[in-house]
Design a protein around this ligand. Structure first.
Ligand code: VJV
Ligand code: CA
Ligand code: ZN
Length: 392
């Protein structure tokens, strides 16, 4: 058995809602809320629950969602009937709000699903503000593409923006970091005009080919004359096949510098697991170890932090990464046996029976690495130059 104890000198809170996990985007849609059940199953069977404060996330209220989203959008989101029930289609509104397409379907219970995702992230932010938690975990959040009045890329409500708005009530500066394979466009855009939030996204970048097509190296926030938010967006555009070694080097060089220049008082870290090797939508060669090293690096900065979920379309890999990252949060990563506990529910989903399968086990043949060391060094150089404009 495992002897997982509470971390020394700080507190971790874990925010989930089993009701959220029961929702379905549709038979073959890549987003599977059930991956949260699989994650929870690993967290519990390793005995990690005893080392954290566990909260059932409540649903966010309309007023809370309204802190970022517009009334007309929320009203439609709350009343739009599910696509598989007989309904009067309001095509104009669906087009306007990007609802009901194949990426953002109108499924049964959609509004409840969205408000629970946001509720978990808002609870996480409130625990951090109240100093009752030092690291707050919201795996059901991380939906970084949602805009004020528009759904986008499987995201309807931007729980991250809502949580950061909450953090800004008690902290002068918030650093947002996004390791999902997609560009964190919704969060970046929401804070384009403030110097109190710096956003940093690492992502695959190939406009016209890979969603959402934004987030080039030179996109650092609107450079209009009186915009305090200029230079406060950092983008790290990557090619297919990046490895743990390269990613860790890049992440530590960039976040290390950003931390020194911007001096954040809180961190919001989106841990989209679609940047892992073998993801159904992803293109990278990251392993659980490399992905989790980013979480560990941020933790060691010793700044209050919210950890969000996000993308991740091969559920067994998502569960492995998020369970191991939970272990890092509670500082028990060295006590974790790589062999998945025998009594883990759905243990047969984790073929190879380990938390850390090799690249060969995950992929057979690793994806060709199209990232040159020279290009990565140039990107770090560009970030260094951008940060000269940043003075806290
Ligand atoms: O690339 C796109 C947009 C299209 C139009 C819609 N078709 C289905 C795909 C091309 C241009 N959308 C992306 C959205 C990715 C969202 C990522 C979200 C996150 O991880 O960053 C945060 C949670 C995309 N890529 C792949 C798909 N959509 C996709 C959608 C499906 C699908 C297969 C792939 C929707 C339904 C079904 N299969 C049945
Ligand atoms: Ca990203
Ligand atoms: Zn993604």
């Amino acid at each position: 058995t495992y002897n997982i104890t509470r971390p020394k000198g700080y507190n971790v809170s874990f925010h989930t809602n089993p009701e959220m996990e029961k929702h379905h985007f549709g038979q073959t849609h890549p987003m599977k809320p059930w991956r949260l059940t699989l994650t929870k199953s690993l967290v519990t069977s390793y005995g990690m629950s005893f080392a954290m404060d566990n909260y059932v996330a409540r649903a966010a209220t309309y007023e809370e969602l309204n802190m970022f989203h517009s009334n007309d959008y929320l009203d439609y989101l709350g009343t739009a009937p599910a696509e598989d029930t007989p309904r009067d289609v309001d095509t104009d509104k669906e087009v306007k709000y990007n609802l009901g397409g194949s990426d953002c379907p109108l499924f049964y219970g959609l509004y409840d699903y969205c408000s629970m995702s946001a509720g978990g992230s808002l609870d996480a932010a409130r625990k951090i503000c109240a100093k009752q938690s030092d690291i707050a975990v919201s795996w059901g959040g991380g939906l970084h593409h949602a805009k004020r009045s528009e759904a986008s890329g499987f995201c309807y409500i931007n729980d991250i923006v809502l949580a950061i708005l909450q953090l800004l009530r008690c902290f002068p500066r918030v650093l947002y970091i996004d390791i999902d394979v997609h560009h964190g466009d919704g969060v970046e855009e929401a804070f384009f005009s403030t110097d109190r939030v710096m956003t940093v996204s690492f992502h695959k970048y190939q406009p016209e080919v890979f969603f959402p097509g934004t987030g080039g190296l030179e996109d650092n926030g609107p450079k209009s004359e009186h915009n305090p938010g200029a230079h406060h967006a950092i983008n790290v555009p990557l090619n297919d096949g990046i490895t743990d070694e390269q990613y860790e080097w890049l992440f530590q060089s960039i976040i290390g510098q950003v931390n020194e220049r911007f001096r954040p008082s809180a961190i919001a870290l989106q841990c989209g697991a679609d940047s892992l090797a073998g993801d159904r939508l992803g293109r990278f060669n990251l392993q659980v170890q490399g992905h989790a090293a980013c979480v560990n690096f941020c933790k060691k900065l010793g700044i209050p932090m919210i950890i969000f979920g996000g993308g991740g379309y091969t559920p067994r890999n998502v569960a492995r990464a998020w369970a191991f990252e939970t272990a890092i949060a509670i500082d028990c990563q060295d006590k974790i046996d790589p062999v998945i506990p025998m009594h883990t529910p759905w243990r047969d989903h984790f073929h190879h029976e380990t938390l850390f399968p090799t690249l060969e086990q995950i992929l057979g043949e690793p994806r060709a690495n199209k990232n040159t060391q020279k290009r990565l060094q140039d990107m770090v150089q560009h970030v260094t130059e951008q940060l000269r404009f940043v003075n806290f």
